[in-house]
Design a protein around this ligand. Structure first.
Ligand code: MN
Length: 226
């Protein structure tokens, strides 16, 4: 979905209470209708006086952030990231059981050897994030998967990585239900991951990267250089 100013709070693809018992209604309600809404409002307020950026997408506001006037640069970075990351986080969960499958499953088993090894690595990294941030599963331009912790509302986009799945470990994502027990929250999150959506994103990334490679001019054969 291409989005630009004025940004809107994209509705959840499920009801606030439908992720129970893993994430309760109160948490989902505040997270979506208060926290995400605040990022959307802040971003719109920052951009309102600057019509020249009203056709910039979320990705562009993040990737070309340095082009923005200094007085809104950091605010746009944080709030565009907040909108981008929360949309991915909410779309990455579902009340309907899904299974890791397809090319994403193949890549995950290639890069982490076993499901258990992936799970344990991801789980431990989620516990280690200090302060506010997100844990990402992202793909590089060759489709290799990486698990990447990022602080605040940073995104993997400037690193040239395509986000596949994101786990929000800001306290607002779990404190109402789990208080300080982040490990419980992470275990529960694994029950509601939308692997179908993750697989869709991964396949899309592979296709996109393939097309980009084709568009690049081929380097001349070695014979032609001299
Ligand atoms: Mn959040």
């Amino acid at each position: 979905m291409i989005q630009f100013y004025p940004f809107e709070v994209v509705p959840l693809p499920y009801l606030y209470d439908s992720l129970e018992p893993y994430i309760n209604m109160e948490t989902m309600f505040f997270h979506h209708s208060k926290h995400l809404a605040a990022y959307v409002d802040n971003l719109n307020t920052l951009l309102a006086p600057y019509p020249e950026y009203h056709e910039w997408t979320l990705d562009r506001l993040i990737l070309e952030n340095k082009e923005l006037p200094e007085e809104i640069r950091l605010g746009v970075w944080n709030n565009a990231g907040g909108v981008y990351n929360h949309q991915l986080y909410f779309a990455g969960m579902t009340p309907n059981p899904t299974q890791l499958q397809g090319k994403l499953k193949d890549a995950l088993l290639l890069d982490f050897e076993t499901w258990e090894s992936f799970y344990e690595t991801f789980f431990q990294m989620a516990l280690k994030i200090f302060g506010s941030g997100n844990l990402w599963l992202a793909a590089d331009e060759r489709g290799k998967l990486v698990i990447l912790p990022l602080p605040n509302q940073d995104t993997p986009l400037p690193k040239g990585l395509t986000p596949i799945l994101v786990l929000d470990v800001w306290e607002h994502a779990y404190y109402l239900e789990y208080q300080n027990l982040r490990a419980e929250y992470v275990r529960c999150w694994f029950h509601i991951v939308n692997w179908t959506e993750a697989e869709r994103r991964y396949e899309h990334a592979l296709l996109h990267n393939l097309l980009c490679q084709k568009e690049q001019p081929s380097t001349p054969p070695a014979d032609d250089i001299n």
